[in-house]
Write a protein of this length. Structure first.
Lengths: 83, 196
């Protein structure tokens, strides 16, 4: 039981690991810590899910997708004036 | 002189042909009209300066977009690396108050800020113009360097290790900033949209 208690990380640490994982991956111990924590913590399980949703949103929003062309005639004149 | 004149004529034609699509692209990436205009303008001025380097073996549009993309990324790199004094204070104070409002002293979620199930359909929410306004707002209220850290992650489309090398920061520094930014962004979206 002590071993498990020692392996238990806080919610703050768990959310940190969730973000670290999406950038750099985790060590084996970190993975075990995180799985153990989320298996017992509903709030962090939700955080994990919502964090992924936000990642996907930002990727769709900021990623390389061709957007509709917005015309800006004022800008054209402004730039030509400066050339 | 004559050469410079030719460059200007050619580039004036490019302004007509490409400035709208460049502006749209920059607007999509920065979500700011003013910033998008400045970046496109700087791109054309840089193109005049380095017209000699344009070999014509790539398309003009490709060349211009590569200059523009560098300018966009540079902008956020600078915002990340050189925050103003007040931005740095905002970031430091933001970190302290963020952790205090989210977690108790043992690092457990405080009841008031613990994540709740999101209502609606988060997968399709970007189709809603009003949600995009909310998302934009939630990004803008982040400390400037947190906002820049998030944007760089998605703009660069590179491995995070490379982003860190280019910023000359440790990987730990980077994910800690992103952790704070994500906690705050999640809370803002929760309060202003999903559990309004």
């Amino acid at each position: 039981m002590n071993l498990i208690r020692n392996m238990m990380i806080s919610c703050r640490k768990a959310t940190e690991l969730i973000e670290k994982r999406s950038l750099f991956g985790l060590t084996v111990i970190e993975k075990v810590n995180l799985v153990l924590h989320t298996s017992m913590c509903d709030a962090c399980t939700l955080y994990e899910k919502q964090s992924k949703t936000i990642d996907k949103m930002l990727n769709d929003k900021l990623g390389s997708e061709e957007e509709e062309v917005v015309e800006n005639p004022g800008l054209k004149d402004k730039i030509k004036g400066k050339l | 002189m004559q050469k410079a004149g030719i460059a200007k004529d050619v580039i004036a034609e490019w302004v007509d042909a490409y400035s709208d699509s460049m502006y749209s692209w920059a607007l999509h990436k920065t979500s700011s009209r003013e910033m998008a205009e400045d970046l496109v303008q700087e791109t054309f001025l840089a193109a005049v300066q380095s017209y000699e380097k344009f070999k014509g073996d790539s398309k003009a549009k490709t060349w211009l977009f590569s200059i523009l993309n560098n300018k966009i990324i540079d902008h956020y790199r600078r915002a990340y690396k050189n925050p103003t004094v007040s931005e740095q204070q905002q970031s430091d104070a933001g970190s302290v108050s963020l952790f205090e409002t989210m977690f108790d002293s043992d690092g457990r979620w405080l009841k008031t800020n613990s994540p709740q199930e999101w209502t609606g359909e988060p997968e399709h929410v970007l189709d809603d113009v009003r949600f995009n306004v909310t998302l934009q707002h939630c990004m803008e209220v982040l400390p400037a360097n947190w906002n820049a850290a998030i944007r760089l992650k998605y703009l660069e489309e590179k491995k995070a290790e490379l982003v860190c090398q280019e910023l000359e920061i440790s990987t730990t520094n980077y994910w800690q900033i992103l952790h704070r930014a994500k906690l705050q962004l999640r809370k803002c979206l929760d309060e202003n949209w999903f559990n309004k």
